[in-house]
Each structure stands twice: as C-alpha cells, then as structure tokens.
Design a protein. Structure first.
Length: 759
RNA sequence: GCCGGGGUGGCGAAAUGGCAGACGCGCUAGCUUUAGGAGCUAGUGGGGUAACCCGUGGAGGUUCAAGUCCUCUCCCCGGCACCA
C-alpha cells in the first residue's frame, strides 16, 4: 500500500471532476430536486477566508448526501462583486474596478476549486456582469412602475471619509459601517424602495418558513410591528388637534403633558403656528444635531400651548421634546410619568406633574386603531461608481422617466476618474457624454440618473438567477423557477439577518405578487454558521496580523483534512477560535483510514458498530452536528484498526459516510478497494437489520441510592428481575445494600438499575 | 436597558433527566523506527496509600437520579438601542 499523498490525490480528482462537470445539476424536470445555497462571496482582495470554508463545506456535505439519496441537487456559486472595498482598492491603486474584480474572482475560483466543493460551475454568476445587472435594473423598473421606488428629499447618513450616503442599517450608532468614522446628517434627493408596504407580510410570513427562532425574533424586532391607537387631543384656543400614538390607551388618565418631536413642531411652524423665538430656536437646534440614544438629559421646552385630555377634560402643557422621534408613530406622544420610564425622566427633569392612573374610570374605544412599524423605507441610492446604474432619466419636461426595458442594461461606462466627489455627487456625474440622453417619452435632451444601487441589490435576487443563469427573456424562466424554487436550505451568516435576508424576502414577495417568482417565500430553511475567530480569540484581520491562510493549510495538510477540521472544531452554529494544531488530528484520522485499506478482508458480515455509525452520521448531518458525526467516524475507524481486519463492505460504508466531508481521499480509496463507479455516485447507506440483536451484550450501571457502585455485562433485553438478581450477587453491591431493605428499584432497560435503600 | 446565545479538564468540546468529560489537541510512560516534529499501546478533572470523597459560574429547590428541569444570582459574547 503506497503512502497517502494528499497533494497528488486531490490534484488528480479535482482535475477529473472539472473535466466531467461533477457538480452539475440536471435540467429542470420530473426528478425530485434539492436546492442548497450558501451566500455567494464578495471577492475581496484578501482571498478566501476560513469562515467561507465552514459554511461552504457544511452545505457541500448536505448537497452530497442529497445526491446520494437520489435528488437532483443544485448547489451553485457566484460572485457578489459590486461594492466599496473593490472600489476603494481600485482608487488607491489606480486600476479599473472591473479588472480588480476579474483578478479577485479568479483567485477565489481557484481557491474554492482547491477545496473540492461540488458547486455547479456551469451556473456561475457575477452581479457585475451586464447580463446579470440588466435584470437587477429591470427589477428596479418593476418597483418603479408599481410605485414602490420613489425619489424623496431626505436626511441621510453621510460618511465624510468614505464620501458616501449610507442606509440606516449601515450607519448604526452614527458610525460608518465601513470605516467606523462618525457620520453626519445631510439632506439629499434619494431613491427609496417602499419595503414598509411589505412590513406586515414580512412579519407574518415568518410563520411559513423554517428559520431558527433567534432569526425570526430578530427580524420581527427589526420590523417592529406594534398595535395601538391614535388619540386626538384638542389644542386649547386653537382650531387644531394633536394626534398621538400609544399602545397603552388604558393609561390615559395619568397624562400630565403632551410632547411632540422637533420635526413635527417644525411642520406646525410651516403651517402657520406662531411660536415664541425661544421655541423656534430650540426646534432648529434640535433638528441640526443628532441626539444620542440614551443621552443623559432629555432636552425639551414648553411651547406655551395646552392640550385637552379627551377623557378627563383636563388641560396639560404641550412640550417639544428631543426624545420624541419624528418618524415613529405620529411624532407626538401623551406623557404618562407613572407608566413610562422615559416620560417619568422627562417629567422629573422639567418639573412636570406626576399623576396616578384612575383605574375606576371606564374608557371605551378612545381612538382609531393603528398598526405602526419600526421599519423604514430602504434608501436605495449611492453616490458611487461601482454599482448598478439606476435606470432612470430625468427630463425637464416629463420629470422622471424609466429607461425602456429594451434599452437595458444601462451599462456602467469605463471612466478614468471614479473616486467619489466632495460635492457628494456620483463620479458618473462628470461623464457628460454618458449623462446626456434623449428622453424616451418626448425625445428632448434629458439627463441620466447618476446614482448607483447599493451592494444589497444584486444579492436580493441572485438565488433566482441560478435557476436560469443565462436566460435572456426574464430574470429566470418561469418553468425553471417553478422547478427549483424555493431554496430548500440556505446557510449563511447571522450578520445578514436584518439586511440581506430581509431585503431578499422583500424583493421576492414583490416578484411573487407580479407573477415573476413562484412561492411566497424564497428560502424554506435557513441556518447559520458560527463565526471563525483567529487563534487569539479576535476577529481575523490583516491589520491584526492574525489571519489564517487556507492555501497554506491545503498545501500542508490537504483540503480533506482542512474540511474535516472545519466541521470538527466545534458546534457548527457557534463562534469558534481557530486552533493552530487542530488539523493534526483530522490529518491523522485520514492517515488511519488510508492504512485500513491495506487491511480489508473478504468477510461480508456487517458489524453492529457500522450500523450505529450509519444512524449517527446520517442524523448528525441533518442536524448540522458535524462535530459529533466526525467523532463517530473516528470511533469507527479506530474500532476497525483495533480488530486487525475489517470486512470490505464495512470499510466501504465508512468511505461512503466520510465522502461528503473528505471527497478526495474517499474517492481514491474507493478505487483502490475496487468500489463500483464513484464513491460519490453510490447510494447513501441505509440501516440494516442486525441478526441476533438479543445476544448483544450491554453494560448496565448499578446504582445504590443514585450513586454508581458497579457495572454489569448482560444480554440486551434482560429483565429487571434478572438484572437485580445478578446485581445482588456482586460483593460491591452487597456491601452497600448490607442488611437494609430495598425500598424501591428503578430499572431502565439495557442501561441502569438503581436500588433505593434506607440510610 | 431590551432581545438572542453561552459559562463543563491545560485547550477545542461530548452527554433523549440515567456511568460527566465521548472525540480531538496537548502532555506522560512504554513499544517501534537508522532517525524523527512519523506510527502503535497505555495513562491523563481534583483530593487520597487505599476504601472512598469532591467535582459542569454561584446559592437554593424538584427527583430514586440534575450539566440537563424550576427559582434567584454572577459573568462572557452577539444584536438592537429614547420606536411611545
């Protein structure tokens, strides 16, 4: 038996698989299908990360198991290649983003192939390919046509260092997601997508899918559905009312003030309210600054107005308060210091009254019921180069006119200067020849939109494109979508829960409503992997110098050992720190499996432990308990080695069970041990009946008063009486039971007997 | 503050209420090898010569039996954060 040379074995089979197109899905048809999906990578200049390998390997294992179970499996791959890092890198090095992207994807492709993932490379997609983003633009036009894409002047989060407008999700806590610098508030014309129109369904339809409870909760909290009522308070002496929103109308008798958001107060000013100069100044100051969440003092000023409590008829002061948000509820609240902590803080700070709630009063229906959401419409424009151009034309006569569908894609022009500008305009704004265009409606000269889409656009529908990656007449052909959708199992990172995962559900529902996509939900099952940290427990990053390079590991230990270790290192859904010596163990295990091939016998009996391994590995893969599946395979190999010789059939079951984890070595050994065809084409082993099950010996624990005192070897299925009698013959047990009466006996068949005696 | 997830050997971790520490790393001893940073075998939670005793962040409880269930509490990680 020759030595295990992982480099030669892996090179050999990868070459073969690439020639035969091993991972290819069969065309849509009658066969039962399985669609396995991982989040397609962003091809950064840093190359593949050990974190990618974890997710990809997990789904590769599941995809390979499904193939062995007879499914037509789609396990596709592509590149989410628009985005800031590439653009920034290109600016720094003076290279075209398209060239940088091409180089990066080539490196990623080579790395992924070196790991033996069974992707369908025939369906590779790239969001920056005009044949792809043509459809991203087309979908945008559908949003526009149905009134769900609109332009509005609004305050945005502006990052002065990246010179980019950010969505709220990208500027959490007032800091830029990219550079962590402080952002400022700027007012800009922005395209928005009306995701709030789908808020209710995005919340409700979570009931239809198999996601972890934590993801559902997080999405629901993000959507923030709240049922309450809108109550009108009359303004004393003015022919006007204030609408407040509350989820606690029952506390209305405890109201001691009404507070409005600065933004709301300004609207009043604009519609004829004459406030004192002090109040005006306060409002303007508050609007100009970004209030910190949880800041020590709650700013506020009395307006001099009074509102009338519709239940008690009392007059309470109206205040402008910074803690009341302009875009939540109605932008005004009733202040109930006894019931609400924030109201109490405000009342205490400003010397307002605190009043108990009058429980005796019956309230009835106080106002109109209303449902509100925390979710905001999605700011969809970026003033950057490396994104999909928004396919709109601004005509001096007709206003905003969509680019006709036949003129798609609106290609990103090749330009020399694509750095963002100080003015905050897209660099595309400087390309006069590209901007100047005839209005599709009136044929007069008009101007192209120069904003581009955010990097979330291409990933919001990519799983549809995989069904038909080269389709020319639709995002994907309906028959193909009908066959492949929904995605059966989607694994990804938790960081995408309220971004990509929610965005793509929104796009999907919209496309479903307009008969482009089948199925209410895109992903039937979602799971997530734990993050891989550096050995020091920190996030891996170049600047920290703690990055683990997969290429070196593949070279030293092999792709199979690396894949196996990624699965073995800890519970799949939990964060794990990389252990530098970890691969030694999985490599040794593979060496052992290799050696065993030289010890196979012609015996045809199947061993009980093989059966137990089939059961455990099969169940563990489904539950993503890959670490214990690997450990069971190690136990089996060890057992084979210990017994000196291993029946060929048992050995090949080990190879088959191991093949999704370590596809190269198992294929090689399958050939060496004369297996039929390819190990990957062999059916998944099923549990077989073990003869003479009752003759099997089991170890039964003997306890006295709940403490283990001895063990007993008995035939499986032995009765309580038999076990008890046998136990009582043992001197260790006699000693503990002594002369005392056995009050009670607990018997768990094949496992344990507990004798309870007086103390 | 709120919502999730955690806390078990020197380390990564196992454990349908039923032998705590499987499996792997590391370590110790022996064997083997021309040699080895290779392989094999045995050992490896703490205390004790031993019989045994103690041990899953902490304190109580339920149970014949608790890492697992209940009550209280401390700490770590992730997300959200004035959303009425």
């Amino acid at each position: 038996m020759k030595k295990y040379n992982h480099l030669a074995v892996e090179r050999k089979w990868q070459k073969k698989w690439s020639q035969t197109g091993a991972g290819r899905a069969a065309a849509a048809g009658k066969r039962k299908k399985f669609y396995a999906l991982i989040e397609f990578p962003y091809p950064s200049g840093d190359g593949l990360h050990v974190g990618h390998i974890r997710s990809n390997t997990a789904m590769d294992i599941i995809a390979r198991k499904r193939r062995a179970e007879g499914y037509n499996v789609l396990y596709p791959i592509g590149w989410d290649a628009f985005g800031l890092p590439t653009e920034n890198y290109a600016i720094k090095t003076g290279q075209q983003p398209a060239i940088v992207t091409k180089r990066n994807t080539a490196r990623f492709r080579q790395q992924l192939q070196s790991l033996g993932f069974s992707f369908d490379w025939n369906r590779e997609i790239n969001t920056t390919d005009p044949n792809y983003y043509r459809w991203t633009q087309w979908i945008f036009l559908q949003f526009y046509k149905h009134g769900l894409a609109y332009k509005a002047r609004m305050p945005i989060n502006w990052c002065p260092s990246c010179r980019i407008g950010l969505a709220n999700e990208e500027a959490v806590g007032g800091r830029c997601e990219r550079c962590s610098g402080l952002t400022e508030v700027r007012t800009k014309e922005q395209w928005l997508l009306a995701i709030t129109k789908y808020a209710d369904r995005l919340d409700r339809d979570l009931d239809l899918v198999d996601y972890p409870a934590s993801i559902k909760t997080q999405q629901r909290n993000w959507i923030g559905r709240k049922e309450g009522v809108v109550i009108k308070f009359e303004l004393k002496g003015l022919n006007k009312t204030i609408e407040i929103f509350t989820t606690r109308p029952d506390t209305i008798t405890g109201v001691t003030f009404v507070a409005v958001a600065p933004a709301m107060a300004r609207q009043w000013l604009e519609t004829g309210w004459t406030a004192s100069p002090d109040v005006k100044k306060f409002i303007n100051n508050e609007l100009a600054r970004r209030p910190d969440a949880g800041e020590q003092t709650k700013h506020g000023l009395a307006t001099g107005l009074e509102a009338v409590n519709p239940v008690t008829g009392e007059s309470v002061p109206v205040w402008v308060a910074s803690y009341v948000l302009g875009d939540a509820g109605t932008g005004a609240i009733m202040g109930v210091p006894v019931a609400d902590e924030r109201d109490r803080e405000f009342a205490t700070a400003h010397g307002l009254a605190i009043k108990p709630i009058d429980q005796s009063r019956s309230l009835g229906q106080l106002g109109e019921k209303r449902v509100t959401y925390k979710l905001r419409d999605w700011v969809f424009s970026r003033q950057r180069y490396w994104g999909e151009p928004i396919p709109m034309i601004n005509c001096p006569h007709c206003g905003w006119v969509p680019v006709p569908e036949k003129d798609l894609p609106v290609k990103l022009p090749l330009i020399k200067k694509y750095a963002p500008t100080e003015s905050g305009e897209s660099p595309l704004a400087a390309i006069a020849s590209w901007i100047k265009v005839r209005c599709p409606k009136c044929s007069e000269w008009a101007r192209r939109e120069t904003d581009t889409m955010p990097n979330w656009a291409g990933s919001s529908w990519y799983y549809l494109r995989y069904a038909d990656p080269r389709g020319r007449h639709a995002p994907a052909a309906p028959a193909k979508l009908k066959y492949w959708l929904p995605v059966d199992w989607y694994n990804g990172g938790t960081e995408h829960t309220t971004l990509h995962l929610l965005y793509s559900r929104f796009w999907h529902k919209f496309l479903y409503d307009h008969k482009i996509a089948p199925e209410l939900e895109p992903y039937q099952k979602r799971t997530s992997h734990g993050f891989v940290l550096a050995p020091d427990g920190q996030k891996m990053s170049k600047s920290r110098g703690n990055v683990i390079n997969p290429d070196e590991l593949v070279k030293t230990f092999g792709a199979d050992a690396l894949r196996l270790y990624e699965m073995f290192m800890g519970p799949f859904d939990q964060t794990v720190a990389w252990q530098p010596d970890g691969l030694v163990g999985t490599k040794r295990f593979l060496e052992r499996v290799w050696r065993l091939a030289g010890q196979i016998s012609s015996a045809t009996n199947l061993l009980p432990i093989t059966n137990a391994t089939i059961i455990k590995v099969s169940a563990d893969i489904e539950a993503m308990k890959f670490n214990t599946a690997v450990s069971q395979l190690m136990i089996l190999a060890h057992q084979f080695e210990r017994s000196g010789s291993v029946p060929r059939s048992d050995y090949q079951i080990l190879l088959k069970l191991l093949s999704p984890f370590a596809p190269h070595i198992t294929e090689e050994l399958w050939q060496i041990t004369k297996g039929r065809g390819s190990v990957h084409a062999a059916p998944w082993p099923s549990v077989f009946a073990v003869a003479n099950q009752h003759k099997k010996l089991v170890t039964i624990v003997i306890q006295v008063n709940g403490k283990k005192r001895s063990v007993l070897e008995m035939f499986a299925g032995s009765s309580e009486e038999a076990v008890k009698a046998e136990a009582l013959t043992q001197s260790e047990i006699k000693k503990w039971v002594d002369q005392r009466a056995i009050k009670k006996t607990i018997f768990v068949p094949n496992r344990l007997i507990n004798l309870v005696v007086d103390n």
